[in-house]
Design a protein around this ligand. Sequence first.
Ligand SMILES: [Zn+2]
Length: 450
Amino acid sequence: MTASGPARALAAWLALAMGVALAPALATPAGRDGPRYVHAGRLLADPADGRVLARMTVVVDGGRVVALREGFVGPPDQVIDLSDRFVLPGLIDSHVHLGHENGPDDKLLRTVRTPADLAINGVRFARRTLEAGFTTVADLGAENEAIFALRDGIAAGKLPGPRILAAGNVLSPHGGEGDLFGYRDDVTRALQRPNLCSGADDCRRLVRQQVQRGADLIKIVATGAVLSDADAGVDQQFTDAELQAIVEAAHALGRRVTAHAHGAAGIDAFLRAGGDAIEHGTWLDDGSVVLFKRSGAWLVPTLLAGETVAGWAADPASFLSPAAKAKAASVGPAMLAMARRAHAAGVPIAFGTDSGVSRHGDNAREFGLLVAAGLTPLEAIRTATVNAAAHLGLADQIGRLAPGMAADLIAVDGDPLEDVDVLRRVRFVMKAGVIHKHHQEVTCEAGEFC
Ligand SMILES: [Zn+2]
């Protein structure tokens, strides 16, 4: 945290004592009204052009970038000294699940955890994600109440975390991947959430209901999943008519739709229906590539999830069911090959990790996997900045540093264009002009409060 921690704590206490909302105190760091001058030893302001400039000053004010200036300028008491570091825009992960981390007890936990428990998990995981350099995320699946409360609390400055776009409940057909499996009927009925639909009209209604409840975007499961007890394969689950109804209803209400999809038939059906992005894309084929390029849809490869579950499958003591284990073993290598093929063919890629499968805060491991799939380090950085911003509809606000853009920036030691893994050790994080990490490395072990 910042050097002004004690001052901020005092301001927060005073605010509470006086019955004043905390949000304004956090929105502007205590004692730091007015512009601040970030001295960047090297600066990658716009990953789209890829130019790295030496000795630059990023002037920020009111949560936004107001100017980029050559050289180190600004009054000394308003300077943030990153003159020995490499500065770039805050990173964007367009596929996380901040409410949980997968583990052996998931099936039991589903019967005892409440949305409040998930929100409290999210408080911890959101902070970890932000301190790893990710200033914006899309949460693609958590109970509505939990994730919307977390999103709104962070946006109001009540707690630290990335800016969140939240899908809330994930839409699934009855009996599809988002349904429940393996419980007694009465338990299933008790646990059922309002996320299932059958038939075009019913699915249209469910999309509208999700938007009404507060969803920023719509997430559906278009095919079976890897970590699944359903043993229903990985192909199309919604009908073509249902997919068209979902996409139409979402677009009519100004929401994007992204789909969990592994098998080619499900990927292709969703793209033909006008869907905006595919999560995973594991077994996409040449026909899928044509559809991606024709529609301009984004691919979010989630290579880290593939690597993580393949690791579980290789563990003799794995908690995976036999059905899930067989799929998990093949998915890691398949995802790498898929990303290589898609990238070589020119499919636009946006960064997403599916964190929650992997541990929150490890998000930047995805960069090395993207490079292993054939992207250059700069191309990998683009996926998590300008590409993800465009994919999420925020290209005019985040993803690059220029006047008017959010003052979201991070700093690392070394040069991420030479070694992309330096992004796994982010030294400085600023979100909307507020410093959340400065020159300290936080290493979180299981059980630690970080
Ligand atoms: Zn996911």
